[in-house]
Design a protein around this ligand. Structure first.
Ligand code: NAP
Ligand code: F7E
Length: 348
């Protein structure tokens, strides 16, 4: 019989890649979607809907009754909790809601597993945002690893840190196989459009499809000096799977161990379309600054490399190139579809 995994946030970037990975490995995947899931989210998993081993189930992780029913109905071997209000900027505007989803959600799963299915293995999506403004220094390099103390800088990070600690408490108190991946930023062609990398590459796609129109509205961004350790999401879901296949539940930092500023991402992305100076196309807009910023993230992945045998495959230039090319293709296709529709309307 197939192993059963519940993937929360299946309509998200990571959930869609992880569902693919688990289906390839022969699992039955129960992917959760909300009643209000966006079209964009459903598009990410459209190609999985004909797979007999993929079941898309409507659920909200903030509802404990709903989570209890899921656990008792499926008695899954593994649960990957990827669902979240995942936008840091939004968390300043919606702190209570962010805490409901990002903290109460994982508590609902931990309790359901403890009471109904204690052999279920649980993965929690923790984040480098928990380190906030803290880092260690070695050989003149500032970095974060599993033992670096957390100093969160946003309501998002506080809720994620509380969930991270809750996982540790359930692991220690009830001997559950529960662990957290402390993942640094990871992006892809499926990244949400309001995260900075995708916002940049989507703008470039539309700009190229416009024929590089000089009246095309500028790209409005906030802080360009923040540094992030950016990898590709497809590599990172491999690490999630590996964590649940270990003999002991432990937490791991997952990162590329290379950091770049938003400015460097912009330079690399504009270079892809032959523009060496992005500045005439970008307007700095205070609206996109955060009340509190995380300036420097660079993950030290010694533990994951040694214990999981995990390493990232996609480099920073390849990540940027893939995102830019995919958004150019999508914008051209959309433009073509729009003009065919217009032609049809005019001739009918
Ligand atoms: P994402 O694309 O924003 O996906 C989030 C998913 O959560 C969506 O599928 C969303 O469903 C679902 N969701 C939100 N609230 C829910 C609720 N109340 N009940 C059920 N589902 C709900 O996020 P991602 O980038 O894939 O990240 C996956 C996880 O990793 C998140 O927990 C995030 O915080 C964490 N993380 C991400 C990164 C990163 O760089 N990507 C780094 C570290 C940690 P709808 O389709 O219904 O909106
Ligand atoms: O911002 C700056 C912004 O929103 C990156 C989430 O997946 O990774 C992600 O959180 C940086 C920040 O990602 C804009 O101030 C400038 O310094 O793409 P982001 P994030 O905040 O790092 C972590 C690991 C997660 O866990 C989260 O779930 O870019 N920035 N201008 C901007 N950011 C945005 N969004 N939009 C701008 O216009």
């Amino acid at each position: 019989m197939n192993k059963i995994a519940i993937v929360t946030g299946a309509t998200g970037q990571d959930g869609s890649y992880l569902s693919e990975l688990l289906l390839d490995k022969g699992y039955t995947v129960v992917g959760l979607r909300r009643r209000s899931s966006s079209e964009k989210g459903l598009e990410r998993i459209e190609h999985l809907l004909n797979n007999d081993n993929f079941k898309l189930v409507e659920a909200d992780i903030t509802d404990s009754g709903c989570v209890n029913s899921l656990i008792s109905e499926y008695m899954p071997h593994e649960v990957y909790n990827l669902a979240a209000q995942s936008h840091v900027g939004t968390s300043f505007k919606q702190p209570s809601y962010t805490s409901q989803v990002n903290l109460q959600g994982p508590i609902n799963f931990l309790e359901a597993i403890r009471l109904l299915s204690p052999s279920t293995k649980f993965y929690q999506a923790s984040t480098s945002e928990m380190f906030g403004k803290n880092y260690e220094v070695f050989a003149d390099t500032k970095y974060q690893k599993e033992t670096t103390p957390f100093v969160p800088q946003s309501p998002y990070a506080v809720a994620k840190l509380a969930a991270h600690e809750m996982v540790r408490i359930y692991r220690d108190s009830y001997e559950l196989f529960a662990c957290c991946g402390i993942l640094f930023n990871h992006e892809s062609e499926r990244r949400g459009e309001n995260f900075v990398t995708r916002k940049i590459t989507k703008w470039i796609g539309e700009f190229v499809a416009s024929g590089q129109d000089e009246d095309f509205p500028a790209l409005r961004l906030g802080n360009l000096d923040a540094h992030r350790d950016w990898g590709h999401a497809q590599d990172y879901v491999d690490a999630m799977y590996l964590m649940l296949q270990q003999d002991e539940p432990e937490d791991y930092v997952i990162a590329t161990s290379e950091t770049h500023s938003v400015r460097e991402f912009l330079t690399e992305a504009f270079n892809e379309i032959g523009i060496s100076n992005f500045e005439p196309h970008v307007v700095i807009d205070p609206e996109f600054y955060r009340p509190c910023e995380v300036d420097w993230l660079l993950g030290h992945t010694g533990k994951a490399r040694q214990q999981l045998g995990w390493r990232p495959k996609v480099s920073f230039p390849e990540l940027v190139q893939r995102m830019v090319r995919s958004d150019i293709d999508a914008a051209r296709k959309e433009k073509l579809e729009r003009s065919s529709l217009q032609e049809l309307e005019e001739t009918s």
